[in-house]
Ligand binder design. Structure first.
Ligand code: IPM
Ligand code: MG
Length: 384
């Protein structure tokens, strides 16, 4: 065999071994899911890079105030900066990972993802690594624009697809690069079920799967056929499926898009479609994201760390809305549904309706901290 093919085949074999082991781990995790006994939930707060520390501290202030007197513990987790990750050569340094695993939920600021050509080593994204390490398989991203009849919740598969071994593609020769995309039965079943269970619990009437199964036949084909099978178990909920290309168009179709409610989709399509959806809501800075697993959950913005804002000395003017929306999801997750509703209502007033304090990302607007104070004042008003 051509030694270059041999070398690539060995890399591929190692990847497959890793994926088969992941399938076993997933099955074991399913058996052990849930926290051992009741204890005070520990909320780890991880500032991240760029504008991360600024918007995270604004969101934390709001959460701490809302949760005053409740049995929760906030814990600072440092060390997830790009400098530290680069120095260790790891997406998540070992000590940081151990601290994360000692928490129940994590509020996480954006982290810089190195790209080829950056001054940083081309290590895996910290978000992606955290989702995999903590097995946060469901990336839940709500988007709503009430005046246009848009009320969507995306269930993005979060540990597989193009991301499963995204940093382990193979340069077979200088002319030939190959990446891999991965779909497993267990990984697909759990995200599809989560989407249907959510629809059932919240009285939503439609679940829509989005794939490219007409072209990516093995992996997307598997995702779609499993979604179709599981849909049969929920006769009260309509199910349809679309291809990702036409779905990106249909999100802009004013007549059609009101019909969509819950989406379930593989990782990469979910990444792309949720940015488009967030843009319809007012921009990626307005959308929060929950990353949910059997044991842990992590809540974050859907946007990046905006290093340019920091270079230009504007970090304090960054908009914390996305992390505040993520905080709504965090409150729901830890069983504080009433407080979650209060915060959501206050955010609607502050960001969409009244808009007395606005954040523009520059000194033409107020700081993220001032916006957080405005949200807290509004919480008190909507409470009555
Ligand atoms: C997201 C982000 C990440 C992703 C990046 C930062 C790796 O775009 O959370 O959507 O691709 O998942
Ligand atoms: Mg994205």
């Amino acid at each position: 065999m051509d030694p270059r093919i041999q070398a690539a085949a060995e890399r591929f074999a190692a990847l497959l071994e890793g994926q088969l082991k992941r399938i076993d781990d997933m099955a074991a995790q399913k058996r052990l899911a849930g926290r051992a006994g009741a204890h005070t939930p520990v909320i780890g707060v991880c500032g991240g890079d760029g504008i991360g520390p600024s918007i995270t501290s604004a969101a934390r202030a709001v959460l701490e105030s809302l949760l005053q007197g409740e049995a929760v513990e906030f814990r600072d987790i440092g060390g997830l900066t790009i400098e530290r990750r680069a120095a260790c050569g790891k997406a998540i340094p070992d000590d940081v990972l151990a601290e994360l695993k000692a928490c129940d939920v994590i509020l996480k600021g954006p982290t810089t993802t190195p790209r080829a050509g950056d001054p940083w080593p081309n290590i895996e994204s910290a978000n992606v690594a955290m989702r995999k390490e903590l097995d946060l398989f469901a990336n839940v991203r709500p988007v709503k624009v009430p005046e246009r009849g848009i009320d969507w919740v995306f269930f993005r598969e979060n540990t597989e697809g193009a991301y499963a071994v995204g940093s382990q593609g193979v340069h077979v020769t200088p002319d030939l690069a190959v990446d891999f995309t991965v779909t497993t039965n267990g990984g697909t079943e759990r995200i599809v079920r989560q989407a249907f269970e959510y629809a059932e619990k919240t009285g939503r009437k439609r679940v829509t799967a989005v794939t490219k199964a007409n072209v990516i036949k093995a992996t997307d084909g598997k995702f779609l056929s499993i979604a179709k099978e599981i849909a049969l178990e929920y006769p009260g909920i309509a199910f349809d499926d679309w291809y990702i290309d036409i779905m990106t168009a249909k999100l802009l179709d004013e007549k059609r898009r009101r019909d969509f409610s819950v989406f379930v989709l593989p990782n990469l399509y979910g990444d792309i479609l949720t940015d488009e959806a967030a843009e319809l809501q007012g921009g990626v800075g307005t959308a929060g994201s929950a990353n949910i697993g059997g044991r842990y959950a992590m809540f974050e913005a859907i946007h990046g760390s905006a290093p340019r804002m920091v270079e230009e000395g504007r970090a304090q003017y960054a908009d914390p809305t996305s992390l505040l929306r993520a905080s709504v999801l965090l409150l729901e997750h830890i069983g504080q549904a009433e407080k979650a509703k209060l915060l959501e209502r206050a955010l609607d007033v502050c960001a969409l309706e009244e808009r007395r304090v606005t954040v523009t990302g520059r000194d033409t607007g107020s700081t993220g901290a001032a916006f957080a104070e405005y949200v807290l004042e509004t919480v008190e008003k909507v409470r009555i």
